[in-house]
Design a protein around this ligand. Structure first.
Ligand SMILES: [Zn+2]
Length: 110
């Protein structure tokens, strides 16, 4: 950020304060070159996608990471990404099984 007074780039943050309730952060800044002081406010732009606050809120995230990890393994095993996904999503397979079971002619039956 440049100084609004002299457009110098040596700007110090002399104080910062987070407003927890309103989710924004105020920063008191001072220009090292001309001494001008001003405040900036950092806040969330746009709408926040609310998520239900579940106790095990970390679980879906971890599952997602696992899914990506296993998708990689599936690829290395010569299993198409679409096959891997349909095994998991359509047939309810365990991700590990979906990524490591070799392709069969009649996948849908297993
Ligand atoms: Zn300045």
């Amino acid at each position: 950020m440049l100084c609004p007074n002299c457009h110098g780039s040596h700007v110090l943050i002399i104080d910062s304060r987070t407003d927890v309730q309103y989710h924004y952060k105020r920063r008191r800044r001072q220009c090292k070159e001309c001494g001008a002081r001003w405040t900036t406010v950092e806040r969330i732009a746009g709408k926040v996608q609310l998520r239900p606050m579940e106790k095990d809120i970390k679980t879906p995230v971890r599952k997602m990471e696992d899914l990506n990890k296993w998708a990689e393994i599936a690829k290395r095993n010569g299993i198409k990404h679409s096959t891997f996904l349909s095994r998991v999503n359509q047939y309810g397979w365990d991700v590990e099984k979906a990524a490591t079971t070799p392709l069969q002619k009649r996948d849908a039956d297993t």
